[in-house]
Design a protein around this ligand. Structure first.
Ligand code: PEP
Ligand code: MG
Length: 884
């Protein structure tokens, strides 16, 4: 039996991807689903392989089958190939098994020649269009099939434009194009020693051959190598009827989404133009009409389109972006694909599709990328406002921010303290600018990429940031920024949208993030699926309340030092540090204790019924004292100005203390539990405040589940001593108050030694919380501020590291330690509770790793809690997909 080499669209199925190529199989599927796809047929990939096997000639058998299919096409369309009255024109496209975009140019309008072009002109009543199409066809065909460079053709057009005094192609009329065509035909003949083929059948066979040949062009071979696509698959060829939307007022063309791509609302959303080609809609030459107008202008077409679009959506189970053409009252679907959409629309559509019974909950969850959710959890620009966009940079950290332009980090901090909103604008940022970044609403830089210091720090802080906007000419001395003709001064207002990279002049109203009903619904489904618990890092009642609103199931890290940093407390903390004797120190601690107690009560109340993990003081004490250089400057000034000697002596004593506390490597210095060991009185005060807060909260009817966490433990003896201390304080308070309460004591695992000796450490710990920020620093031996400011972006750019390991967990290194410590800890203590409280706790690929490692929870900043809930559900679903 003869091998079947050509399949009419209805003869194929979507399973025949290897035989018909991806495009051919999809065209077959759409045709069989009852869609009015322009007729056509597919030449099999096997025929391509035959072509090579036979010494690069098309077999007569193949051509016979093509002509039979062509006859069918003529009959179905009532058009004839080569007719100068009603010409059949086709497109010829390659179509390999795996998409290989750009492998070969498409040839459109094949079938045009000196005669059929007249037919097309009469048919369309648009000679300009007909001749323009013909000259495009000659150019495409000559390039793809005959191997002629586009350049020769462009030259001809330029010459004729110049002669006519035109600057744009659109100014050329039908006669001009006829002239171009004459020149083209002569040129092709001269260059190829043979006239441009006028016989449509010859055009077709040559085009088929060119597509086959393109399988082995250099571009395609390299593409296959890079993408690991086998060389022996061959390409199919799709030959499809051209349809025209510009044949009169009963024709037209348009693009429509089956749902609103901005909001996700279930409504047909799109545009169309009567008597136009696809290009006209895209090019913006004419203003298209909303698709709803089609209802009045072509009621039956509109009805058919509405039916078809819901059929397509049903068939593919997702919102579709559909291109269509109406030719003389007949609707054709040219293309359908899943439509691009905003994060908000993505969530609404996924949830609605579940409610409509079209997809399963699990499918809805997997369709939403947790990273995309980020967009919805930051302030956004009010979509109803018209924007004056002045430049565009890299969207480095999502969210929008408005404020006055400030060029200096110190000034940004000073003005923010005064209540001003500022956007820090710098060529780039360094670790010295950190206070300015912290203070500013958003950050904008003219240099640096997505892993530059500004980008990394801003993302870590959840602040809007645009980087690498090289259109900005920043003059730090004059304090101006120039974009083209526009110069903005310090203090001028701008708005940045870190999700899109748009820089907007002026102050734009922003909308606060909140969870839409659909988002809440989706997250509830995520909660049903996920195994990992999700907690939040929060150190005040406001953040704790926000975290709970976003679904946090407790607090995984309360950094108590933030409570010491508040303006009214710093003097007391300094008094505690600078105390000359025990009395003075006790006095300061006694003042701090009730403040700390109230903080804890606020958080317990916000987290009523949920666990709250309180970490004892972590940073080195010098962080609470003034900067050494500034003090030296002040003292010199005082000397010159001969101020009161008493004041001078006090300042001098302060400098002495600051000098004494100075550290060469603060990150590896006197901090964490090392402070607790040398200054037990501070930890004791914190623990006392904590337990008193527990008692008072319980009395107020609040359910408290306190966890005391010791930071930076590296040796079991540190934990043993501090555990004893906590227990002693607990027993004393219980005795003094005659109240009882429960609590647990655990440790952070943030230095490799702790991970390596986890079995020993577990003996003294009720839980392990992996501090992956410090664990990354200590495992790599990188100081984060130095690494991110100086060399990490080079590492990522040169692919030494795949990602910034402070954002995406380094599974091979840091991850191994986590795995090892979890196994060892649980070996010693069955059911040992384990979690993560570093920033990785809110990052999707790291969450997958924590899930796979069997940790109990992740903890992340409040605004990442929804992302972590969804990512934790993905982790579970991804694994069940793998298992099946
Ligand atoms: C950590 O090291 O991961 C951690 C959570 O602690 P911090 O970031 O406060 O050092
Ligand atoms: Mg830490």
């Amino acid at each position: 039996m003869k091998q079947k080499k050509v399949y009419l669209f209805p003869e194929g199925t979507k399973e025949q991807k290897y035989l018909l190529g991806g495009k051919g199989a999809n065209l077959a599927e759409m045709t069989n689903a009852g869609l009015p796809v322009p007729f056509g047929f597919t030449i099999t990939t096997e025929s391509c392989l035959d072509y090579y096997r036979d010494g690069e000639v098309l077999s007569t058998d193949l051509l016979d089958q093509v002509y039979v299919a062509l006859d069918e096409l003529e009959q179905l369309s009532s058009k004839q190939f080569g007719s100068n009255v009603n010409p059949l024109l086709v497109s010829v496209r390659s179509g390999s098994v795996f998409s290989m975009p750009g492998m070969m140019d498409t040839i459109l309008n094949l079938g045009l020649n000196d005669q059929t072009v007249v037919g097309l002109a009469n048919l369309t009543q648009n000679p300009r269009f007909a001749y323009d199409s013909y000259r495009r066809f000659i150019q495409m065909f000559s390039n793809v099939v005959l191997g002629m460079d586009h350049y020769f053709f462009e030259e001809v057009i330029d010459e004729i434009k110049e002669k006519r005094g035109f600057t744009e192609d659109t100014e050329l009329g039908a006669e001009d194009w006829q002239q171009v065509i004459q020149r083209y035909l002569k040129m092709v003949e001269a260059k190829t020693n043979s006239p441009f083929p006028q016989d449509p059948k010859i055009q077709l066979s040559q085009a088929i051959e060119a597509v086959f040949r393109s399988w082995n062009n250099t571009r395609a071979k390299i593409y296959r190598k890079i993408n690991k696509i086998p060389d022996d698959l061959g390409t199919a060829v799709n030959i499809q009827l051209m349809v025209f939307g510009n044949l009169g007022d009963d024709s037209g063309t348009g693009v429509a989404f089956t749902r609103n791509p901005s909001t996700g609302e279930r409504e047909l959303y799109g545009e169309f133009l009567i008597n136009a080609q696809g290009e006209d809609v895209v090019a913006g030459v004419r203003t298209p009409n909303p698709i709803s107008d089609l209802k009045n202008q072509m009621p039956s077409i509109y009805k058919q389109f509405v039916e078809l679009s819901s059929l397509l959506e049903e068939h593919y189970g997702d919102m579709q972006d559909i291109e269509f053409t109406v030719e003389r009252g007949k609707l054709y679907i040219l293309q359908t694909r899943s439509g691009k959409r905003t994060a908000q629309a993505a969530v609404k559509i996924a949830v609605d599709l579940v409610d409509e019974g079209k997809i399963k909950k699990e499918e809805a969850l997997l369709r939403i990328d947790p990273d995309q959710m980020d967009q919805m959890l930051h302030p956004r620009i009010d979509p109803n406002v018209t924007l004056k966009v002045i430049a565009k940079g890299l969207p480095a950290s999502p969210g929008a921010a408005s404020g006055n332009i400030i060029f200096d980090a110190d000034e940004a901090e000073r003005l923010t303290e005064k209540g001003e909103k500022v956007v820090l604008v710098r060529p780039e940022t360094t670790p010295e600018d950190i206070h300015g970044i912290l203070a500013a609403q958003g950050i904008l830089t003219s240099r640096g990429g997505m892993t530059s210091h500004a980008a990394v720090v801003a993302r870590g802080m959840g602040k809007a940031c645009i980087c690498g906007c090289d259109q900005l000419k920043i003059d730090l001395r004059a304090e101006t920024v120039t974009i083209g003709d526009l110069t903005l001064q310090k203090g001028d207002q701008i708005t940045i949208d870190g999700s899109t990279g748009q820089i907007i002049q002026g102050n734009v109203p922003l909308i606060d993030p909140n969870l839409s009903l659909e988002f809440e619904q989706l997250l509830k489904w995520a909660d049903e699926v996920r195994r990992l618990e999700v907690r939040a890092n929060a150190d005040n009642p406001t953040d704790a309340t926000k975290a709970r609103e976003f679904g946090a199931e407790g607090i995984g890290l309360c950094r108590t030092e933030h409570m010491f940093m508040e303006a009214d407390r710093i003097p007391i903390v300094q008094q505690m540090i600078l105390a000359e004797n025990e009395e003075e120190q006790k006095d300061a601690l006694a003042k701090l204790l009730p403040m700390q107690k109230e903080d804890f009560k606020g958080i317990f109340s916000a987290m009523n019924g949920l666990p709250v993990n309180i970490r004892l003081l972590d940073p080195p004490l010098h962080e609470f004292l003034p900067n050494m250089e500034e003090l030296v400057v002040e003292l010199t000034k005082m000397q010159v100005e001969k101020v009161n000697p008493q004041q001078y002596v006090a300042k001098e004593a302060l400098l002495k203390k600051v000098r004494a506390l100075h550290e060469f490597n603060p990150m590896l210095g006197h901090r964490g539990c090392r402070l607790g060991m040398t200054h037990p009185e501070i930890y004791e005060m914190q623990v006392e405040a904590l337990f008193l807060a527990v008692i008072e909260s319980k009395k107020a009817g609040i359910t408290v589940i306190p966890e005391v966490m010791i930071p930076l433990v590296g040796h079991v003896q540190e934990l043993k001593a501090l555990r004893r201390m906590v227990i002693n304080v607990g027993e004393r308070i219980q005795q003094e108050t005659r109240e009882s309460f429960e609590y647990t004591i655990g440790t952070m695992i943030e230095v490799p030694r702790a991970a390596l000796t986890a079995e020993e450490i577990a003996e003294q710990a009720d839980f392990f919380s992996f501090g992956t920020n410090d664990l990354t620093q200590t495992t790599f031996g990188f100081s984060r501020d130095d690494a991110e400011g100086k060399f990490l972006h080079t590492y990522v750019e040169q692919k030494v590291l795949p990602e910034n390991p402070f954002i995406v967990l380094d599974q091979a290194g840091v991850g191994s330690l986590i795995k090892m410590a979890t196994v060892a800890g649980r070996r010693k203590k069955q059911g040992l509770k384990t979690g993560v409280c570093g920033e990785h706790g809110g990052e999707k690929s790291s969450i997958q790793f924590f899930h796979d490692t069997g940790l109990d929870y992740v903890s992340c900043s409040p605004f990442r809690v929804p992302i972590a809930r969804l990512a934790a559900a993905h982790a579970e679903l991804n694994n069940s997909v793998k298992k099946n």
